[in-house]
Ligand binder design. Sequence first.
Ligand code: AMP
Ligand code: FES
Ligand code: ZN
Length: 311
Amino acid sequence: MKCRRCKAPAVIEIPRHNAAFCRECFLRHCREQVRRAIDEHRMFVPGDRVLVAVSGGKDSLALWHLLTELGIDADGLYLGLGIGEYSDESGRYARDFAARVGAGLHEVDLPTDYGYDVPGAARATRRSPCGACGLSKRHLFNGFALEHGYDVVATGHNLDDEAAVLLGNVLRWETGYLGRQHPVLPATDGFVKKVKPLVRLGEREMAAYCVLNGIDYQIEECPMADGNRHLGLKTTLNALEEQSPGTKAAFLFGFLARGHGRFADASDAERETLAPCSGCGGPTSTGGLCAFCSLRVRVSNPQPVALRTGR
Ligand code: AMP
Ligand code: FES
Ligand code: ZN
């Protein structure tokens, strides 16, 4: 197998592009894909203060590295979720990488700063840990960026993540989510701009990018039950991709080009009903406490478990 670009021995094959690359040309391919996503969707404007959400996994560390390579300075934000040894380890990977590249890393810790952890929140709400986890991440990334004067938050969602989320939203016709599923969400009242510069790169490419750059990342998946809620959807998409390479990219990019606009009204309508949360002042559609503040209340005052009387 030879590199498509320079004919040197290839180290990776990418069936979706009907191509194989040597190390140098592969790293260049990754930079080009990220540059293309950034330009196509106008993710950054000169002078933007950029915050990268880094989990210690391959995607967000590769993203931070790629942005630096492209000359985009960014600080990192690591959120400690309080998931035992898993969180201790993920924090170490994020800190080690920041130290290696000499970049600034902010840290927020759910147990220390907010008095709860993801397993505790799951118990208190008796819902999936991912719900409380995702809600906390969205709220705190946004709040931290606004409070500290960042213009844009970048996350490491890749092509596989986005295609799986899209499939999940289509299967349930979640029109509001479909209207918001885009590599760029512009800043609106109470919300900082959010971007996903890795949408053109798949999971395998990000793992290879880290290995070829000697970036140590956390391989272990989240141990919480249901931790990777999109696993089943990813497996399904992988089977389709295997039969017909390029399916995932066609699904996602076809939606962005021809489907997304049709759902924008649904998410605009949701946004118009937003008012400030009575707890934190952040935007909410509930008219009282936002979902994050309600979660904090529930975690600090767990509801008694209803007893069945057996009648
Ligand atoms: P996930 O929600 O786990 O699929 O992760 C998607 C993206 O969210 C990652 O690529 C990171 O950019 C960000 N992220 C996830 N977990 C954390 C965390 N604990 N701290 C900071 N960023 C995170
Ligand atoms: Fe959020 Fe596992 S990382 S529940
Ligand atoms: Zn609130």
